[in-house]
Design a protein around this ligand. Structure first.
Ligand code: NDP
Length: 314
């Protein structure tokens, strides 16, 4: 069985590691690759994949709308989001799903952040925001949307008349949950939002990093009641996709824990090239046992798999 994630860029996607870890957990044999598609040629790449032995495709930025156009049938979540993140080829038919919203709701439930009557501020009005509004409304949340480009937020209000819209600069304190659904963190940018907005709120970033310390989390942690990045959502949306393809729901917490806490293995006798100490060099392995970095426990020496030393830490 062949599966893949398609996007641009795609080299840092954690989806192969997550899906292969699920497969090991339930005893399935499959391959799961990364496909880098040219920005204007999703269709050809997707057709090539499925005309080979491809069964299922995860779709990430910027192709979720192209995938929506590509599939023959869509579930309710993908219609609400105008975006598809999971394609399942069944016979000659391409079925399209969107598991992002359900993944977010599952992760908020894991965190025990109640949604019923919660006052939720969603910052951002792109594809991800569009995908999470309906499931949050369905769980009883009251949603206000604020986006840098107000017209995009107003367009979402047309689709979901129950939501309120505010400008970023006029935001104030008073939220139970604040969700960052912008791509600002990709450029390491802080959100142009008054800090009071985050005061005493639970703050969730759809963006994610293995160590959880995204630029948004760093921006809000002094003010927020609790924080979380979106790594849990990534794992939960992957588990939903896995269930669609294989009809088995994998356990998510061992995979999330494994992503957060990579296994360390010390190399006996190795000498650190920076501080010259012996027995301080260790390797870290991902969920599949592949080495992801080599580092020293005594100084800040870190080397990636290609041998690049992260000099900024030195
Ligand atoms: P889009 O490109 O569709 O939308 C980007 C949004 O970010 C827009 O609202 C845009 O505002 C806003 N934005 C970008 N830069 C800035 C900035 N410097 N300041 C303020 N606002 C900014 O992206 P997506 O909606 O697809 O993705 C958003 C985020 O969600 C990404 O970080 C993505 O990785 C993450 N994501 C995480 C998932 C998970 O499983 N954890 C799943 C899906 C997405 P404007 O309209 O003004 O341009």
């Amino acid at each position: 069985m062949q599966f893949a994630v398609i996007g641009n860029p795609i080299e840092h996607s954690l989806s192969p590691e997550i899906h292969l870890a699920f497969a090991m957990q339930v005893g399935l044999e499959l391959t799961y690759d990364r496909i880098l598609a040219p920005p204007d040629d999703f269709q050809t790449m997707a057709r090539n994949f499925f005309s080979g032995s491809g069964t299922g495709l995860n779709v990430t930025a910027p192709f979720k709308h192209d995938a929506y156009e590509f599939v023959d049938e869509k579930d309710q979540a993908s219609i609400a989001a105008s975006a598809v993140n999971t394609i399942h080829a069944v016979g000659d038919v391409f079925l399209g799903y969107n598991t992002d919203g359900i993944g977010l709701v599952a992760d908020l439930s894991r965190l025990r952040w109640p949604l019923k009557q919660a006052k939720i501020l969603v910052i951002g009005a792109g594809g991800a925001a569009q995908g999470i509004v309906l499931p949050l409304l369905e769980h009883g949340a009251e949603i206000t949307l604020a986006n840098r480009t107000r017209s995009r937020a107003e367009a979402l209000k047309k689709q979901f008349p129950k939501i309120d819209v505010l400008d970023l600069e006029e935001l104030k304190q008073g939220w139970d949950i604040v969700i960052n659904a912008t791509a600002a963190g990709w450029q390491q940018e802080q959100l142009p939002v008054p800090s009071a907005t985050f005061e005493d709120a639970r703050c969730y970033d759809l963006g994610y990093q293995r160590d959880g310390r995204t630029p948004f989390i760093q921006q809000v942690e002094a003010y927020a009641d609790e924080t979380s990045d979106g790594l849990g959502m990534l794992v939960e949306q992957a588990a939903e996709a896995f269930q669609i393809w294989h009809d088995i729901k994998p356990q998510t917490s061992p995979v999330l824990n494994g992503l957060r806490n990579p296994k360390r293995q010390f190399i006996a006798g190795a000498v650190c090239p920076r501080c010259n100490q012996q027995d301080t060099i260790y390797v870290e392995r991902d969920l599949l046992g592949n080495v992801t970095l080599r580092a020293c426990s005594a100084c800040n020496y870190v080397e990636d798999v290609d041998g690049n030393v992260s000099v900024d830490l030195l």
